[in-house]
Design a protein around this ligand. Structure first.
Ligand SMILES: [Zn+2]
Length: 76
């Protein structure tokens, strides 16, 4: 089986796991797909972080409102 590296065009025997010239993975998942999933994972983590911080912010605002209300009650 004659094959060529999609990245650099080096001729391959067909049983390499990575291109001997540039290291591009030859079997299984292409590097670009791996990068895509890596980015998706990062995006998911970021959106999770956003959700958590948004919940924290809402909690903090409610806490401040309750605190302000309690203080206004005690000053009366
Ligand atoms: Zn290559």
């Amino acid at each position: 089986m004659n094959n060529f590296c999609k990245n650099c065009g080096t001729k391959l025997e067909g049983n390499e796991q990575h291109c001997p010239e540039c290291g591009t993975p030859l079997n299984g998942v292409p590097e670009e797909t791996l990068k895509y999933y890596e980015n998706e994972e990062k995006r998911a983590k970021t959106s999770k972080w956003f959700k958590n911080s948004a919940l924290f912010l809402i909690g903090a605002i409610i806490f401040l409102f309750v605190l302000a209300w309690a203080m206004s009650m005690s000053y009366r």
